[in-house]
Design a protein around this ligand. Structure first.
Ligand SMILES: [Zn+2]
Ligand SMILES: [Zn+2]
Length: 156
């Protein structure tokens, strides 16, 4: 199978330990809210938007605000414990999976699936790019229709 479902719980404890270390190293106070948002982020394989994280947290924690979630996610990106997923339309999407991986995005429902593919990892960067840029990250981004969104037309 080409795609591999990523188990969000796989490295969860290790990830949280690294998160705490990184907050300390960057002088970011580890508030219960920050930890909560981080856990929500790494427990999701959906590459959630700030709105999505806010919606799943506000039931249990009514004092949280959307603005806080936005600012917290930006902070996470700044200190390198999360990344923003590029090319995803209207609202920013985030993830805490920092392993080298690639994305397949459904243009209809917006689902973003992680996948691992060694040939892409090893794909060389064109020389003109290497001359102009110091390459920090290399991600292949595939757009298409997911299985669910494709079904109706395959049946009809
Ligand atoms: Zn879809
Ligand atoms: Zn991803």
């Amino acid at each position: 199978m080409f795609f591999r479902e990523v188990l969000a719980t796989m490295n969860r404890e290790r990830q949280i330990a690294l998160f705490k270390e990184q907050c300390q190293a960057k002088g970011i106070k580890l508030t219960p809210q920050r930890l909560l948002i981080y856990e929500e982020l790494i427990n999701s394989v959906e590459h959630p938007s700030a709105e999505r994280i806010y919606n799943s947290l506000k039931q249990k924690f009514p004092t949280i605000s959307l603005d806080t979630v936005y600012r917290t996610l930006d902070t996470f990106c700044e200190i390198g414990v999360a990344t923003m997923v590029e090319g995803t339309g209207s609202s920013k999407r985030f993830e805490g999976n920092l392993d080298n991986h690639h994305h397949a995005r459904c243009v209809k429902c917006g689902k973003i699936q992680d996948f691992y593919h060694e040939a892409y990892d090893q794909m060389p960067v064109p020389r003109e790019i290497q001359e102009d840029f110091q390459v920090l990250r290399k991600t292949v981004h595939i757009e298409g229709l997911c299985r669910t969104c494709r079904l109706p037309s395959e049946q009809g």
